[in-house]
Design a protein around this ligand. Sequence first.
Ligand code: M6R
Length: 580
Amino acid sequence: MCGIVGYSGEDEAAEKIYRGLKKLEYRGYDSAGIATAGNPTVKVEKGTGTIDEAIDSISEAEIDGNVGIGHTRWATHGGVTDENAHPHRSSSGAIAVVHNGIINNYEELKEKHLSGHDFRSETDTEVIPRLIEEKHDELEDFHRAVEAVVEMLEGSYAVVAVKDSGEMAAFKESSPLALGISDGELFLASDVTPFLEHTDKAVFLEDGDVVRIENGDYTIKNSGEEIEREVKHIDWDAEEASKEGHDHFMQKEIKEQPDTVKRAVFQDRSDVEEAIDMIEEADTVYLSGCGTSSYAADLGAKYLREAGYDVISEQSHEMEYWNDHVTEDDLVIAISQSGETADLLSMLGDVDAPVLSIVNVVGSTLARKADHTMYINAGPEIGVASTKAFTAQIAVLKLIAETAEASLKEARNSLIDTAGKIEQTLEDNEETVEEVSDYLQDQDHVYFIGRGKGFEVAKESSLKLKELSYIHSESFPGGEFKHGTIALVEDGTPVVAFMRDEGLEDIFSNAKEAESRGADIIGVGKENVGDFKYFFDIPEDENSEILEVAVFQMLSYRTAVKRGHNPDKPRNLAKSVTVK
Ligand code: M6R
């Protein structure tokens, strides 16, 4: 789960790769590096930390040349060290490689083919440049050597390799890789954001593709045969991926939600109808995702159950253990911002049922694998924590459920109405967000409780708070809290209760039970009906979960900033989790 970039053109490669890597930093930021080739050798600069920490001499022409590769790493095999940072070189140093994914058989390859080699790193990746060099010595052709090595690799990978001659090759299996095509320039990247400012033309490479880049041109082979892949037009605006005056991408993305929720519900009627047909035809509908997307799946299950369908929601990594119960007469609705989450893709790999995907990243693996895809159209989400993607996911799920129950027009209007209230709700709660984030920043533990859909809001709010502020936080159904966890409540323990209409009296009792054991209770709802220490006011709304979540995204953001953390890059996390 790393970000990779390749460039071949007429400009300084390092400069373009650096800018591209900055766009991919959300995929991992343990270490980074750039290698250029063809002028006349391979030059590498790399190290631990963020891209700026790792590469401090881009402008000093230490790594000049018009062909190059870059990498930003989220460590899997091998710790966070300079040696383990990519790019990795062959033994002579003439070939350099960047890799996203895992080479499962790297130990076997080392033993069988590279026994005399003195490896510089602990990574699985280093076998790739070394094998390419071995094959090159034998075949005397870089591209044929690459093709031969692809045959030897097992695992998931997106790889870009360069040779001192300036030749470049790329190949992929189960990890994303896109080729950007501009006048006189070619880009390779884990997603389209690194090259959007240069071109809107992209080819989404498929598993087994091997790309040869030479003299400003490219060819693609798959299973040894040269093939054509469709060049797609990407209509994401490069500006959308910049901060636009906000301190952090996360802040910008929270504030974009009035637009992104609206955009999410402007789905083509035919797409919504196709989704409903798939649901109607299914014996059982399964919803699945991971992390925040799994909470969207849980909410989606509640919406669809209210619309009268048989629905089960399960996180993908757990569903994998029983997905043999899912038959071709069922349906899986797969939910993911990135469309690259390994746990979800792996679970789907064994499933016979048709797949409806609800996804953000255009051309992602999930979007391409699904039988029908509905894009949530949230635009690039750069902050590692999911914000606008989550509200767009739940808006699309609710649109489907309510269209099935009533009409597309009614469903759309109701959600557009909610989108119109987000900005005002954030404004109305600004003071409380400041007070509560001041209070929370010194806390060690926080508990969130909710009933009905309030439980999903509690789960997402708790995840947001813990992943950004590193305050320990847990969420529970209001009814469950008293069955054990309440034992942890002491004087001054914060307990947040989502006071929604569903089970209002009961959740109020649960908050009071905590309060009578010393908790500081914080309420969220239409009206402060009790003695809550703090209360977030949410207007009456059919889709109030969207408003509640937006307020808690902002609270988590402010708490993280006050505790001195960078909310765009929480520690140990990556935007797109492409390992199991
Ligand atoms: O790209 P996906 O939606 O499939 O990602 C799923 C999770 O990894 C993601 O939501 C994660 O939980 C985020 N840290 C949430 O902020």
